[in-house]
Design a protein around this ligand. Structure first.
Ligand code: SRM
Ligand code: SF4
Length: 594
């Protein structure tokens, strides 16, 4: 890279380079009275799985009351015996394939009461998040996570993020192999710096940081990098939404190889047509023995060529746009020592949310529990946290977190399944089979009050939006018709809205862009159907489409498939930009003409 280009690199690049492999002054600030970390350390903290945040509800209260920021924060965050702080933290765990034990889950549950939000949250990448961690408790929280043999290292930051795979604990060889592979990739691309262990676990300081990161170097990646592994028949992880995907093609019980998918990504910015959400493109078919190396090489291409100047364009998808698929393949070939075969043409995958009770194939069962927007909390008659804690203590099941923010309880006998169901009911938790399709497949990101980027509500609003749609769908006889609804508080795409049948993407308080036309299979993008819709107008805006769907739908036809049929010819897209497009006009005209 030339000197000129170096000068214009983003500030975060400078922070990384000057950090002695992620150390910065985090340890010093942790020990000091300072209420918060400075900008450089805050950016480094992400690599350790920590986000510096504030309670945005209090910002508003403060403004209304005309009080100083610090005063209100202090009132809000004062906890008995705790320090007063103007800042709080989100702590995220990276859990490959979402697999943990009941003992580990119980250790995490014990931590919940230490934190402001009295909850934990299953994320859309099979991780766990704590919100409202106060500074004085940060170190002990992370140390406790590590004592339970879990980690927050590289859950965030410019590195390989949590590696996803199908959470179903099936005993067949292909599922077992996917789980092993997720672990192997996570191990292979985990940062090697000892900073994490020095800062949070009081390990001795290393004498020199030279050569500490043989793969990442001192600048790590230009930005985050995400990998997922799916079976060709079940895209429950939304594999085309990530920087790198492996789609396993099986022959009998064996994995024959993988289609290698690159450069998916869902973040974009409203009204910025140079930003876009895109599905990954299939580059090649690779043999099973090369899977880990294949992912490492995609990551290395991003490391070496990704944009380090403008973080908004620092994802692999922007590189692919610049180079084209052939250009990418050419560059990629220079990084690998194995053959790239032509991709295998695949049929449309299914998508199993794995909820309810299923056989594992080893004489045991698993039971998938629906958790509204992933939030594990005791609230409003649904004592989810208590239910799960009781089940873990009594039955000691295995645990798998799903990409739909839910949880599978595994390795159960038939009698234990009955006990799980009884315990869930006793705690006011509805079983998956009792839910409407709209609720069961719904997802929302956290947004307010914790997310600094939120423009509108999401997790807190979504349950009432689902209520409203559930009533409408029931009226139309569509309660059980396949439908995915997702909401985000901004266009960054954290609950993967653009691959859903319907999505609400926050524009400003109480106003959303409405997208329609994705699919549960995660193989096409939704279109912008209506712009700037007020919360109370969400159902009325979609009513004509839902009524037409109820009238005209084919057997088992999802809303997204029906919408694509209305477009005739279907315009299945792999990319949508931050700018509005004209297809919504087309569909609305067709609906009006009916
Ligand atoms: Fe995300 C940033 C939450 C999955 C795209 N995401 C954030 C931050 C950290 C906000 C911030 O940067 O200040 C959010 C924390 C809010 C909070 O208070 O907790 C946040 N993202 C989440 C989670 C918790 C949403 C959830 O409902 O579970 C998910 C954590 C997954 C995990 O365990 O690692 C989460 N984020 C996603 C996904 C979906 C996925 O990966 O499966 C995406 C879209 C896929 C992608 O990456 O393209 C996603 N998050 C983003 C982006 C846009 C990135 C971009 O390319 O522009 C941001 C903004 C950023 O990074 O600057 C973001
Ligand atoms: Fe925050 Fe936006 Fe992600 Fe929601 S989609 S968590 S509002 S960054």
């Amino acid at each position: 890279m030339s000197e000129d280009q170096n000068k214009t690199e983003s500030k975060v690049e400078g922070h990384k380079k000057a950090s002695y492999h992620l150390r910065g002054t985090i340890a010093e600030t942790l020990r000091a009275d300072a209420p918060a970390f400075d900008e450089a350390d805050a950016s480094l903290l992400k690599f350790h799985g920590v986000y510096q945040q504030d309670d945005r509800d209090v910002r508003q209260e403060r403004r209304k009351a005309g009080l100083g920021e610090k005063t209100m924060f202090m009132v809000r965050l004062a906890i008995p015996g705790g320090a007063l702080s103007a800042t709080m933290f989100m702590v995220r765990l990276a859990i490959p394939g979402g697999a943990l034990s009941a003992e580990q889950y119980l250790r995490l549950d014990e931590l919940v009461d230490r934190h402001e939000f009295r909850s934990m949250r299953v994320t859309t990448r099979q991780g766990i998040q704590f919100h409202g961690v106060l500074k004085h408790d940060l170190k002990e929280t992370i140390a406790a996570v590590n004592r339970s043999l879990l980690t927050t290292l590289s859950a965030c930051g410019d590195v390989e993020r949590n590696v996803m795979t199908c959470p179903a604990p099936l005993a067949d060889r292909d599922h077992v192999r996917l789980r092993e592979l997720a672990d192997a990739i996570a191990r292979d691309l985990r940062p090697q710096s000892k900073a994490y262990f020095e800062i949070w676990l009081d390990e001795e300081k290393v004498a020199t940081t030279e050569g500490e990161e043989p793969f990442y170097g001192d600048r790590y990646l230009p930005r985050k990098f995400k990998t997922g592994i799916a079976l060709a028949s079940d895209n429950c992880i939304d594999v085309y939404s990530y920087d790198c995907g492996l789609v396993a093609i099986t022959e009998g019980p064996e994995i024959r190889g993988f289609n290698l998918v690159v450069a998916g990504g869902l973040g974009m910015t409203h009204n910025k047509p140079d930003t876009f959400a895109a599905l990954g493109q299939t580059v090649a078919f690779i043999e099973p023995a090369h899977a880990v190396e294949a992912v490492r090489a995609v990551c290395a291409v991003f490391r070496d060529y990704g944009n380090r100047v403008d973080r908004r364009h620092a994802r692999l998808k922007y590189l692919l746009e610049q180079w084209g698929l052939d250009g990418f393949r050419e560059a990629y070939e220079r990084y690998v020592n194995f053959p790239l075969h032509p991709p295998v043409v695949l049929a449309e995958p299914g998508c199993d949310d794995h909820l309810g009770t299923h056989r594992q194939g080893d004489g045991r069962y698993f039971h998938g529990v629906y958790i509204e927007n992933g939030r594990i909390i005791d609230a409003d008659g649904c004592r989810m946290r208590s239910a799960l804690r009781t089940i873990m203590r009594e039955l000691r099941p295995g645990v798998r977190l799903t990409p739909h923010q839910n949880m599978l309880l595994t390795d159960l006998t038939e009698a234990q399944v009955a006990r799980v169901e009884a315990l869930l009911r006793d705690h006011g938790v509805r079983l998956a089979g009792e839910l409407s399709a709209a609720r069961r497949y719904s997802m929302a990101c956290p947004a307010l009050p914790t997310c600094g980027l939120a423009m509108a509500e999401s997790e807190r609003l979504m349950p009432s939006v689902v209520d409203a749609f559930e009533a409408e769908l029931t009226r139309l006889g569509l309660r059980d018709a396949p439908l995915t609804m997702r909401m985000t508080g901004c266009p960054n795409g954290c609950s993967r809205p653009y691959t859903a049948d319907i999505a609400f993407v926050g524009r400003k308080p109480d106003v959303y862009h409405v997208y329609v036309g994705g699919s549960l299979a995660g193989i096409r993008m939704a279109d912008l159907f209506a712009a700037d819709v007020a919360t109370e107008a969400l159902v009325p805006t979609l009513r004509p489409l839902l009524e037409a769907w109820a009238r005209d739908r084919g057997v088992g036809e999802s809303l997204g498939d029906y919408y694509q049929r209305l477009l005739a010819p279907a315009q299945s897209r792999w990319k949508i930009t931050g700018k509005e497009d004209e297809t919504r006009g087309l569909v609305q005209l067709r609906l009006a003409g009916r």
